[in-house]
Design a protein around this ligand. Structure first.
Ligand code: NAD
Length: 328
């Protein structure tokens, strides 16, 4: 099948070609998928899209005109797709529900450890010949309470790792996961989790219910000096509210791998450009904030699994008219 791969980077080319060649003709397009680029899918039976591609009604209308029958997301989340429009137009949508939860879970733990022990600051200091310890004081993870919001694949992996560190792990989810209760995780209401956790780490999907789950009111209900980690989707956190929380000391550390306005910012080298997003610019000024550019998934194992499942979705669609992991 001819597949138009949008938002292509060198790593997408490497892993998708290894999984899909020679069965499919993969057309790599650097541009993101948007109303004015959807026409580039002409002649393709499927498009392959990523997290910040815009798969709204206008794009889907254009894809339909171009004869595209499948949108194969090379990602777990599908909040960027208008599923109702896709259904109406008869365009199938597929995602990669599970590729390597450990990749994202380990990145969340990397953010926790880096922030706690000020590794990001120590790295810069030592390179400048500054070996002073003032300002680098951390805390033991052992014995601390961590609140995991969303205990699916990634949240459960985080719970397992942090249990190994000797943390007390609390969880909140709309559904309890026996894999978590089995390792001693205690499910509590969200308000109690927020009030008692030293670290709150977010692993639920972005839905209308979870948008700005962490807002000014939620921050008020947290332990003073709490560490907040978001490797899920940016808009689960109200960024302006956390900026205020950091300024007031209500939030002691913030680790973000995702940002609510990351589209158009993340995944590209912008180092020669002026940053126009004042909220994001403010975040970067704080010593106790660590931001990575949506790289939780970025391991050899995860990229191999993402590419193989994406191609398996396309193979199944070609054979049966249905992808392996349809999201509608
Ligand atoms: P999953 O579907 O296995 O787990 C999600 C969990 O969230 C489920 O247990 C679900 O019941 C729970 N949930 C749903 N609504 C909730 C709510 N209102 N309150 C509390 N919990 C709720 O998903 P996963 O594979 O663990 O991935 C979690 C999220 O991580 C994805 O939705 C995606 O946004 C994000 N993600 C980020 C990266 C990255 O690179 N940073 C990579 C992959 C996934």
């Amino acid at each position: 099948m001819d597949i138009a791969v949008f938002s292509t980077k060198t790593y997408d080319r490497r892993f998708l070609s290894a999984a899909g060649a020679p069965r499919h003709a993969l057309h790599y397009i650097e541009a993101g998928l948007a109303p004015d680029t959807a026409v580039l899918a002409r002649g393709a039976g499927a498009v392959c899209a990523f997290v910040n591609d815009r798969v709204d009604r206008a794009v889907l209308d254009e894809l339909k005109t171009q004869g595209v029958g499948l949108v194969a997301l090379r990602a777990a989340g599908y909040n960027n797709v208008d599923l109702a429009a896709a259904r109406q137009l008869g365009i199938a949508v597929a995602s990669v529900p599970a590729y390597s939860p450990e990749a994202v879970a380990e990145h969340a733990v990397a953010l926790i450890l880096s922030l706690d022990r000020n590794i990001h600051r120590a790295y810069a200091r030592v390179r400048e010949g500054n070996f002073a310890l003032e300002g680098l004081l951390g805390f033991n993870l052992h014995g601390r309470t961590v609140g995991v919001v969303g205990t699916g694949r990634i949240g459960t992996s985080v719970a397992r790792i942090l249990s190994g560190f000797g943390c007390k792990v609390l969880a909140y989810d709309v559904l309890a996961n026996p894999a978590c209760t089995g390792i001693g995780v205690e499910y509590v209401p969200l308000a109690r989790l927020l009030a008692t956790s030293d670290i709150v780490t977010l692993h639920c999907p972005l839905t209308p219910q979870t948008r700005h789950l962490i807002d000014a009111a939620a921050i008020t209900g947290m332990k003073r000096g709490v560490m907040i980690i978001n490797t899920s989707r940016g808009a689960i956190v109200d960024t302006r509210a956390v900026v205020d929380g950091i300024k007031s000391g209500a939030i002691g550390h913030l680790g973000l791998d995702v940002y609510e306005e990351e589209s158009g910012l993340f995944f590209d080298d912008k180092s020669d450009e002026v940053l126009h997003d004042d909220v994001f610019a403010r975040l970067l000024t704080f010593p106790n904030v660590l931001v990575t550019g949506h790289q939780g998934f970025f391991t050899e194992e995860a990229l191999t699994a993402i590419a193989e499942t994406t191609i398996a979705n396309i193979d199944a669609f070609e054979r049966t008219g249905k992808p392996l992991h349809a999201v509608q």
